[in-house]
Write a protein that binds this ligand. Structure first.
Ligand code: PMP
Length: 460
């Protein structure tokens, strides 16, 4: 029996209740799970509760949590200030369909923290925020095309679903009308001359959009000089620059990546941390662009002049309460600083393991994130004499690690009590502790040792 089958059996043996839930899920859920990334064999995780940097599944298995609510939980699970804020808001009613004071306090906090946030408009998710930002950009410029970068993720809606997963040229999903592609230009990031060329050949570009961390919250590292170049080129050409700060927002710094790098986009959008672990998102930007939402009171005229935006649950009182609780703590800088420090310890500890075992791989990542890259390409392995030689910013390489390796890595980590975000990386929170780092490093060492044995990864 193969090592993979042995692991699957051992994994399933301590997940009898999870297996039962998976059987029930398979008879009721479309695709058996609630999010493509939750699909997992032999069964997805069914989590019952979380506290700080850890969570427990229905079988009582404990995980150090580097998924941490898909990055939403900067303060960790069940932070008392957040729970109190939600409970207090809920006791007054969960939803009104009207505006309410908490929405305004929430927006004021965002405006104070985020350089680009002259005005704020709330939505319910990162995907909705991305859709709305693109609509604003098209309305403001009167142009339709978007320039985006290979590997960068901007939600699952039609305009964003092509180009973030390999092969970048192929459709990202079935069911998207073919003409959507006509408005998308997808190129590798990092080359400002190429951006200039594309923009001068395509006068119809409304906006350039990207993850300011680099693709997949920094898995494909990006040069800050490239971000500066984008700011300069787009400003000169009258093309809007949009930062997708869904992950980086209130994490890379209290003012997001734009606060950290000192580069202010025309529009940007947030989700995850902004709503304190509840559903929510925000589009923010220049006052003149955001004035496209303004109404005159004359419905006839308004229909032709403005950007339309509805949404039953926009700025839900519960999300606002949770968002305020978290952003108030973010404002001091302590939460982001603590999460950054923990991630830096984790990356160092993982690199120590990789270096001791002479594994062809390294751990890296900006701010409170980490990613692990394992070199599996025989040519590159032969040429590399040092782990540093493996470093690259090539999205095709970094996103092209073999699927069998990624699945087995994730399965082994879970087996040893660590859950990660996707592929080989994850995010930390201010609630993670030194003990979490130590325990995760032991799990990581067991994982890479097994991967070496299975010849899924290699020594230099
Ligand atoms: N942009 C980025 C950079 C993201 O990471 C995500 C979610 N992982 C989204 C947009 C979409 O956000 P949501 O899942 O809230 O729709």
């Amino acid at each position: 029996m193969s090592a993979t089958n042995n692991l699957i059996d051992a994994y399933a043996a301590v997940r009898a209740k999870s297996a039962a839930w998976y059987r029930r899920a398979s008879a009721v859920l479309g695709g058996n799970v609630g999010h493509d990334l939750r699909y997992f064999e032999p069964m997805p995780l069914y989590i019952e509760r979380g506290r700080a940097g850890r969570k427990w599944d229905v079988d009582g298995n404990e995980y150090i949590d580097f998924l941490i609510g898909n990055g939403a939980l900067l303060l960790g699970h069940a932070h008392p200030a957040v729970i109190d804020a939600i409970a207090s808001a809920a006791s007054r009613g969960t939803h009104f369909g009207n505006d309410h004071p908490l929405q305004i306090e929430w927006a004021e906090l965002i405006q104070k923290l985020v350089p680009a946030a002259e005005r704020v408009r709330f939505v319910n998710s990162g995907t909705e925020a991305s859709q709305l930002a693109l609509r604003l950009a098209r309305a403001f410029t009167g142009k339709s095309k978007l320039l985006r970068f290979e590997g960068h993720f901007h939600g699952w809606h039609d305009d964003a679903v092509h180009g973030f997963q390999l092969p970048f040229e192929a459709d990202g999903s079935r069911g998207v009308p073919p003409n959507v592609r006509d408005n998308l230009i997808t190129i590798p990031d990092g080359n400002i001359t190429l951006v200039e060329e594309v923009l001068s050949e395509n006068q119809e570009v409304a906006a350039v959009i990207l993850e300011p961390s680099g693709a997949s919250y920094g898995r494909v590292p990006i040069d800050i000089e490239f971000l500066r170049g984008l700011r300069e080129v787009t400003a000169r050409r009258g093309v809007l620059l949009i930062f997708d700060e869904v992950v980086t927002g209130f994490r890379f710094s209290p003012g997001g990546a734009q606060g950290l790098y000192g580069i202010t986009p025309d529009l940007s959008y947030f989700a995850k941390v902004v709503a304190g672990g509840l559903p929510g998102g925000a589009v923010v930007g220049r006052r003149d662009i955001m004035s496209l939402f303004n109404q005159t009171g004359d419905p006839q005229q308004d229909r032709f002049e403005r950007v339309t935006h509805f949404g039953t649950f926009n700025a839900s009182p519960l999300s606002a309460a949770a968002g305020i609780a978290v952003l108030t703590q973010v404002a001091s800088g302590e939460a982001t600083g603590r999460a950054d420090a923990m991630a830096s310890q984790l990356r160092a500890a993982f690199n120590d393991v990789l270096s001791r075992q002479q594994i062809a791989g390294y751990a890296y990542g900006p701010s409170s994130t980490f990613h692990v890259y394992f070199e599996t390409n025989p040519e590159r392995l032969k040429r590399a004499s040092d782990r540093q030689d493996l470093k690259t910013t090539d999205a095709r390489l970094l996103k092209g690690m073999p699927g069998t390796l990624i699945t087995q890595y994730q399965r082994l980590l879970r087996f040893h009590g660590v859950d990660i975000m996707s592929s080989t990386g994850g995010l930390l929170s201010a609630a993670h502790t030194e003990r979490d780092i130590e325990d995760a490093t032991v799990a990581f060492e067991r994982t890479v040792t097994a991967l070496l044995d299975e010849q899924l990864i290699y020594r230099l």
